[in-house]
Design a protein around this ligand. Structure first.
Ligand SMILES: [Ca+2]
Ligand SMILES: [Ca+2]
Ligand SMILES: [Ca+2]
Length: 584
C-alpha cells in the first residue's frame, strides 16, 4: 500500500514538474497546459489516502487547481499514471549508469552507491525552478548485485548489493534520495545465467546434487558452441562463456527462485523495475538458442507475476535484433524493448549528414511497436561510444536531437551528454565519468583510467559553456519534460527535398511540434518541407522552443491537415536543431 502510494505521488510530482518547469528558452506565448495537472508539492510526504482515484488534499501554493488525472487503466488493463493514458515511463527520460565508473565516495577507486547519491543533483535536483541539472527522471543501474567481475553481469548473490558498491541499506537510501528528486530507479536483472562462482552452480557441479538441474547439463559433449566441461564430469551450457553458466528455465524451481528475486527488489528494496539482460536467450533447445516459444511463454507468465506485485513496475528488455523481432517481446510480455535498429540508423544519419536512415527507421519503429512502447538510445555499455562514432560535437548534438525529439522511452548512457569517448574492448567504453579537469571521479586511483581528453572534456567545463553538448542535452530533456507532444505525441516523417534536412511532426490532441534538423556541416537554404496529410488546422503560429532565427514562418495548412512548400526558417546553420511549436 505504502509503496503504491509513493509511486502515485511520484507520478503526480512528475506531472507537477512538467506543468510548472519554465521552458529552457524564453519564447513567445506558450501553449496552455495540455494535461490535467496534479496539484501537489514536489516534496509532499505521502498521506494516508490510497490512490489512484483521489486527488491530493492540499494544493501547493500557487499551483493550478484542476483535477488530478490518473487513468485507472491503460491499453492492456495495466494501471497507468502518465500523460494521455500512457504509462509513466513515456513521461520519463532515463540515464544508464555504470556504478563502478560514476562516482567514488571513499577513495578506493571504485564508484559506489554513496558516490552516486552524492551526484544525484547533477541528474535532477528535484527543484523544477532550476535548469542547472540534466533533468532526467529515471536511472538504469547496470548490475549492482554481488559479483566477482568488474562489470557485474555474473552474479553470485541476487539478494545482496555488491559490497564494493555498498550495502542493501545504501540502495534503499538511494531509492529514497532518487524518489525525492522525482527520479525512478530500475536495475539490471540477469536472468539467463549466473556466475560460475554462484553457490547454486558450485553445488550443481555435483551430478547428484539437487541443484544439478538448475543449470543446463549434458552427459556427453553436445554439438554447437557454448558447452564447457564440468569439474565432476558432464558438460554445461554457458552461452556467454564458461564463467556464466545458463540457468535452466525448464526447471520450475529456477523460475520460482527468480520470482522471489523480483519480489525482493520490488517489495523490500523499492526498485521501480528492471532492465532484463539478454532476455531472448532464456530457453535453449539444441542448436536453437534464441527467441524460443518457451521464452515468450515464460515472459507472459513473468508479466502476470510482476504486475501482480506492482502494476506500475517497468520492464525493458535487451533483444539485440531488428525492430520487428524486438517488438514481438512487447505487449503481453515486456513493457518495452530497446530498439537497436533505430539507434544505429540515428547514428548513421548523424555521421552521414543525411536524414534517410533516421526517417526510414523511425517509420519502421512506429509501425512495429504499440504506441511509444520502445526504448530509444544511441549507444549503450556494449557498443563503442556515440561520440567516438561521430566526427565532432556538432554531430553529437544532431544525434541527441534525433533521439530525444523522437517518441518512446529515451535512455542516455552516462557521459554521452558530454561526448565521452571510447571504443572496445568493453573496459574502454565504461571508463570513469569525467567530472572536472582533474577527473573528479575519485580521490584515489581510479579502477580504470579516464579517457585521454578528460582535462578538456568534462562536466565542469561544459556546464559553463552555453553552447556545450551538455547544455544541449539539458535543453532537450527539459523540453521533453515540458511538452507532451515530444513525450507521447505521434511521429510523422515530414518530407524534405534536401537530404541533409530531417523534419518530423510530433502531435497529440493538444499540441503540435515540428522538429527540424540540419544534419549537415554546411548551411542549408534550399529546402522545402511537405506533409501530405496531418492533424494541422489553418492559421497556426510558429513559436521557437529550441534554436535561433531572425524570422519564423508558419505552414500554409492544406485541406488534408498537411502542408507543402514550407520553409520555416530561411537558412539552417550547420548541425542546427530547431524545435518549433505550432500554436493555434
Ligand atoms: Ca568506492
Ligand atoms: Ca531542476
Ligand atoms: Ca539460456
Amino acid at each position: 500500500m505504502k509503496r503504491r502510494h509513493l509511486l502515485v505521488v511520484l507520478a503526480l510530482c512528475a506531472a507537477f514538474f512538467a506543468a510548472c518547469a519554465a521552458p529552457a528558452t524564453p519564447l513567445p506565448p506558450v501553449a496552455p497546459p495540455t494535461t490535467s495537472v496534479a496539484v501537489i508539492a514536489p516534496t509532499a510526504a505521502p498521506t494516508s489516502t490510497p490512490l489512484p482515484t483521489q486527488p491530493p488534499a492540499t494544493p501547493a501554493p500557487g499551483a493550478p487547481t484542476e483535477p488530478v488525472a490518473v487513468s485507472p487503466a491503460g491499453q492492456d488493463g495495466v494501471p497507468v499514471a502518465g500523460t494521455g493514458g500512457q504509462p509513466w515511463w513515456n513521461d520519463t527520460t532515463f540515464y544508464e549508469i555504470f556504478v563502478r565508473s560514476f562516482a567514488d565516495s571513499n577513495g578506493d577507486g571504485n564508484g559506489d552507491l554513496a558516490g552516486l547519491i552524492g551526484r544525484l543533483d547533477y541528474l535532477n535536483d528535484g527543484n523544477p525552478d532550476t535548469a542547472t541539472d540534466l533533468g532526467v527522471t529515471g536511472v538504469w543501474l547496470m548490475p549492482i548485485m554481488a559479483s566477482p567481475s568488474y562489470h557485474g553481469y555474473d552474479i553470485t548473490n541476487y539478494y545482496q548489493v555488491n559490497p564494493q558498491y555498498g550495502t542493501n541499506a545504501d540502495f534503499k537510501r538511494l531509492i529514497d534520495e532518487a524518489h525525492g528528486r522525482g527520479i525512478r530507479v530500475i536495475i539490471d536483472l540477469v536472468l539467463n545465467h549466473t556466475s560460475s562462482e554462484h553457490p547454486w552452480f558450485i553445488e550443481s557441479q555435483d551430478p547428484n546434487s539437487p541443484k544439478r538441474d538448475w543449470y543446463v547439463w549434458s552427459d556427453t559433449e553436445p554439438q554447437g558452441n557454448g558447452w564447457h566441461p564440468g569439474v565432476n564430469g558432464g558438460y554445461y551450457y554457458g552461452y556467454f562463456g564458461e564463467h556464466m553458466p545458463d540457468l535452466s528455465y525448464k526447471n520450475p524451481a529456477v523460475t520460482e527462485e527468480m520470482h522471489k528475486v523480483v519480489r525482493f527488489w520490488l517489495e523490500e528494496m523499492g526498485a521501480d523495475g528492471f532492465r532484463l539482460d539478454a532476455v531472448k536467450y532464456l530457453y535453449e533447445d539444441g542448436k536453437r538458442i534464441e527467441h524460443l516459444p518457451a521464452t515468450h511463454e515464460w515472459l507472459k507468465d513473468f508479466r502476470t507475476f510482476y504486475k501482480g506485485i506492482d502494476p506500475q513496475a517497468f520492464t525493458v528488455g535487451e533483444v539485440w535484433n531488428d525492430s520487428g523481432t524486438a517488438a514481438k517481446y512487447v505487449g503481453d510480455e515486456l513493457d518495452a524493448t530497446f530498439d537497436f535498429s533505430l539507434a544505429e540508423a540515428m547514428l548513421q544519419s548523424a555521421v552521414s549528414g543525411k536524414s534517410v536512415n533516421a526517417e526510414r527507421a523511425g517509420q519502421t519503429t512506429v509501425g512495429a511497436y504499440p504506441p511509444g512502447q520502445f526504448a530509444t538510445f544511441l549507444a549503450n555499455h556494449d557498443q563503442n561510444r556515440t561520440r567516438t562514432r561521430l566526427l565532432d560535437d556538432g554531430q553529437a548534438k544532431t544525434a541527441a536531437t534525433l533521439q530525444l525529439a523522437f517518441g518512446g522511452v529515451p535512455f542516455i548512457y552516462y557521459g554521452e551528454e558530454i561526448g565521452m569517448q571510447g571504443a572496445k574492448p568493453d573496459e574502454n567504453i565504461r571508463r570513469p565519468m569525467q567530472w572536472t579537469a582533474d577527473g573528479g571521479f575519485t580521490t584515489g586511483a581510479p579502477w580504470n583510467s579516464y579517457f585521454e581528453d578528460y582535462q578538456e572534456r568534462n562536466v565542469a567545463g561544459q556546464d559553463a559553456d552555453p553552447n556545450s553538448l551538455l547544455n544541449h542535452y539539458r535543453a532537450l530533456i527539459r523540453l521533453r519534460s515540458d511538452h507532451e507532444a515530444l513525450r507521447v505525441g505521434s511521429w510523422q516523417s515530414v518530407t524534405s527535398d534536401n537530404d541533409a534536412v530531417y523534419a518530423a511532426l510530433r502531435s497529440t490532441d493538444h499540441e503540435q511540434i515540428l522538429v527540424l534538423i540540419n544534419l549537415g556541416s554546411k548551411p542549408v537554404s534550399d529546402y522545402q518541407l511537405a506533409l501530405e496529410s496531418g492533424p494541422l488546422q489553418p492559421g497556426l503560429r510558429p513559436a521557437l522552443l529550441m534554436g535561433e532565427a531572425d524570422a519564423l514562418a508558419g505552414p500554409a495548412v492544406n485541406a488534408a491537415g498537411g502542408f507543402a512548400d514550407y520553409r520555416p526558417i530561411a537558412t539552417l546553420p550547420p548541425y542546427a536543431s530547431y524545435i518549433i511549436q505550432l500554436l493555434p
